[in-house]
Design a protein around this ligand. Structure first.
Ligand code: SAH
Length: 352
């Protein structure tokens, strides 16, 4: 069975079931999948019954099912998707007044090993296919049909640039088929220069977000083990190149861990480090995850001081709005414990 989600219009036109059909049939099928959000081939009512029957024999729409949904008071919904092989990933619906965003996973688990992140704890299981990545958007859109998804961020489970080919194919579908503006698609990375270079080659004005989290290599490597592979100098060089090629300002994400990386001296060092690379620094106070290091959220005053120290040095800052914390849907909290415990109880981040 071929899953239609993940195929481009051109791929759909080449399906054996469509051989001999007029060209517009392929467009109708793509419309049902990507613009009318059909759930099954049987819903494609403007196709001849014989074609529907033929398609149904060889194609399905989705390979995943929604296993569970958690709804927070602020409207955030965290979905647990069950993939065809039984693996589970999480994705999040984030409605705001003026936009509707989804937070997407790119891998089942993650190999990056970030010490503060819940997803890292189980390591990498496997890469997601481009179809599985796109399915997250369509599954959420079908559930939330009253509002149109306008933005997508790759800030769910996984490191998108360790699965860059499938992520790029998925982005091409989000852009060309579903109609999301490339500017509204953010790829957040731990810092993988070859992946950043590949993104820069795509001729898509994506938003690149770099998870910095420290102003020097030593501290950064203690927080992000993968960072041992590339120095900050190498990563920032690829960011400069990204900026030169795409003309896009980027975002620097800076996770604030109380007493670890939140001093004013560190803010000053960060301002120096980023000199010459335009882009704002998005401050993310730690969302609690139990860690051996006992990481904690910084005090509110410390966050304000850190922010001030960057701004007086001319660096624009924003602070990440916390959404969905009550349902463990905030950044770094995705772990899909259900896949491990099978417990019907509330999601919790305590180690199991
Ligand atoms: N692998 C990618 C994207 C996934 S995480 C990356 O590293 O960028 C998205 C963002 O959430 C990253 O900046 C990540 O460092 C941050 N994050 C991880 N754990 C967090 C936590 N416990 N609290 C707040 N942010 C966290």
């Amino acid at each position: 069975m071929v899953s239609l989600v993940g195929l481009t219009s051109a791929d759909i036109a080449g399906l054996p079931a469509l051989t001999g059909c007029p060209g517009y049939r392929a467009k109708q099928v793509a419309d049902w999948v990507y613009r009318r959000f059909a759930g099954s081939v049987a819903e494609m009512t403007n196709l001849p019954a014989s074609l529907v029957a033929k398609l149904a024999e060889s194609c399905t729409l989705f390979s995943s099912t929604i296993d569970h949904a958690d709804v927070a008071d602020d409207g955030t919904v965290k979905y647990l998707l069950r993939l065809a092989d039984g693996e589970k990933v999480e994705c999040v619906y984030l409605p705001y007044e003026a936009r509707v965003s989804v937070c997407l996973s790119s891998q089942v688990g993650c190999p990056a090993g970030c010490t503060f992140c819940a997803t890292a704890k189980g390591g990498l299981v496997r890469n997601m296919t481009s179809g599985e990545i796109v399915e997250q958007v369509l599954q959420i859109q079908r559930e939330q049909s009253h509002r149109r998804i306008s933005h997508a961020v790759f800030m769910g489970m996984g490191e998108p640039l360790f699965n860059v080919e499938n992520v790029v194919s998925a982005i091409r579908i989000l852009h060309a088929e579903i109609g999301l503006s490339a500017r509204h698609i953010t790829v957040s990375t731990v810092g993988v220069p070859p992946g950043i270079e590949m993104l820069a080659e795509q001729d898509l004005p994506l938003t690149l977000a770099l998870s910095l989290h420290a102003p020097d290599d030593e501290l950064r490597r203690s927080l992000i083990p993968t960072a041992r592979k590339w120095s900050l100098a190498e990563i920032l060089e690829s960011c400069r190149m990204y900026r030169a090629k795409t003309g896009r300002d980027m975002t620097f994400e800076y996770l604030l861990l109380g007493g670890v990386n939140d001093s004013e001296e560190q803010a000053a060092a960060l301002a120096v480090l980023l000199r010459g690379i335009p882009g704002n620094v998005n401050l993310i106070p730690f969302n609690y995850v139990e860690t051996p290091e006992g990481f904690r959220r910084p005090e509110r005053e410390q966050v304000a001081k850190f922010r001030q120290a960057l701004e007086v040095r001319g660096r624009r800052t924003t602070q990440r709005m916390v959404r969905g914390r009550a349902i463990s849907a905030a950044c770094g909290q995705l772990r899909s414990l259900r896949s491990r415990t099978e417990s019907p109880g509330a999601l919790s981040l305590v180690e199991v």
